[in-house]
Design a protein around this ligand. Structure first.
Ligand code: HEC
Ligand code: HEC
Length: 157
């Protein structure tokens, strides 16, 4: 093959894989307030919704970059409020991402989120006020890989 043809071919492949990536990002699912599309509250979502997960979980759901479950102090699933990720503790620094909690207490996104040096998660109540905050930062978006396993559930006060 002629060298310049090869270069052009590689460029075309590069562009097409790039726009495929953009498509995935555009159609990436995300939790919506009041929605009940999700399932398996409390389980580690990323044990299935990851790059090497089952085809079904990936095609009908997606590959979550952040996902988990939030509870009320009563132990029931929270059905409202938000999860926010900040660069500093207790809602300080800059906001990295914001996700709605759905009808099953779940929050999730397939969008790529930059955790910068580490994200501080907080729970925001329905009035928009800070309710509870993680005091350490995380680079892992699989919240239920720790919560409910090695540390208590994510819970509103
Ligand atoms: C044991 C594997 C497994 C776990 C754990 C899991 N899922 Fe899924 N998920 C699937 C499969 C398989 C599908 C596609 C078939 C279906 O909808 O049941 C799916 C589909 C979905 C969908 C798309 C439903 C639709 O109809 O469009 C959402 C949203 C979802 N999962 C969210 C979550 C969340 C949030 C968690 C964690 C709280 C989670 N999943 C945990 C396997 C899993
Ligand atoms: C590597 C394990 C780990 C991961 C991953 C993790 N957490 Fe935590 N989280 C903890 C620990 C340990 C504490 C208690 C100590 C602290 O606040 O640092 C905590 C505390 C919290 C608290 C305050 C108290 C509570 O339990 O409600 C919230 C809210 C919280 N985490 C939310 C999240 C969210 C949302 C995610 C996912 C974006 C997440 N965490 C990911 C380990 C983790």
């Amino acid at each position: 093959m002629n060298k310049s043809v090869l270069v052009i071919l590689l460029i075309v492949i590069g562009i097409s894989s790039c726009s495929h990536y953009d498509d995935i990002q555009k159609t990436a699912k995300e939790s919506i307030a009041g929605d009940d599309e999700s399932h398996k509250s409390g389980q580690n979502c990323m044990s299935c919704h990851n790059a090497s997960g089952s085809n079904e979980a990936l095609q009908e759901g997606g590959w979550w970059t952040i996902a988990g479950t939030a509870y009320r102090s009563s132990g029931n699933y929270a059905k409202e409020g938000l999860v926010e990720l900040w660069t500093g503790p207790n809602r300080t620094g800059s906001l990295l991402y914001k996700l709605a909690i759905d009808e099953l207490g779940n929050f999730y996104t397939g969008k790529i989120v930059d955790f910068k040096g580490g994200a501080f998660p907080v729970l925001i109540d329905k009035n928009g006020d800070l309710n509870n905050a993680m005091q350490s930062s995380t680079l892992i978006g699989a919240c239920n890989s720790c919560h409910g396993i090695s540390t208590p559930n994510i819970s509103f006060k």
